[in-house]
Write a protein that binds this ligand. Structure first.
Ligand SMILES: Nc1nc2c([nH]c(=O)n2[C@H]2C[C@H](O)[C@@H](COP(=O)(O)OP(=O)(O)OP(=O)(O)O)O2)c(=O)[nH]1
Length: 127
């Protein structure tokens, strides 16, 4: 099972979502930014590394929120979501073609990566 981390970054009741660039797996789908955990890395380190690689922003990981698993048929992921805050930098797009700050209600109108529907449902119950 592939372990993936995702950052939940909240600003005035809106959450940061990013649209995966067309050429990537699940291209065009919206997600919480993050990626696969590398060998010998903690989930927190993975979130911070991915956010820097993807947007050139520095973040601090506050706490683990929820973990879900999803079976994409050809691969299975464990998706761990962490509450994060941006501490330094302005967003620059590298792996995504767009970012958006959305309320949990607005997120429902966006085409999410399949695993994220369950993640958003869980977030609704705790945030
Ligand atoms: N980052 C992220 N990935 C997600 C989410 N939901 C979801 O199904 N995924 C899937 C998409 C990918 O199959 C996998 C994450 O891989 P990735 O391609 O973003 O990670 P990476 O940057 O480490 O990968 P790579 O391109 O270097 O191989 O998890 C989500 O909310 N955030």
């Amino acid at each position: 099972m592939t372990q993936v981390v995702a950052a939940i970054i909240k600003k005035e009741n809106k959450f940061l979502l990013a649209r995966r660039a067309k050429h990537k797996v699940h291209g065009g789908k919206w997600e919480f930014p993050g990626g696969k955990i590398d060998l010998y890395e903690t989930p927190e380190q993975a979130v911070e590394r991915e956010l820097y690689e993807e947007f050139k922003v520095k973040t601090e990981t506050l706490k683990h929120l929820v973990t879900i698993t999803h079976d994409y048929k050809d691969f299975k992921i464990e998706l761990m979501a962490f509450e994060s805050v941006v501490t330094e930098g302005d967003f620059e797009l590298n792996d995504h073609d767009q970012i958006a700050w959305l309320s949990l209600e607005e997120i429902s109108d966006y085409e999410l990566a399949e695993a994220d529907r369950e993640l958003v449902d869980k977030l609704r119950t705790i945030l």
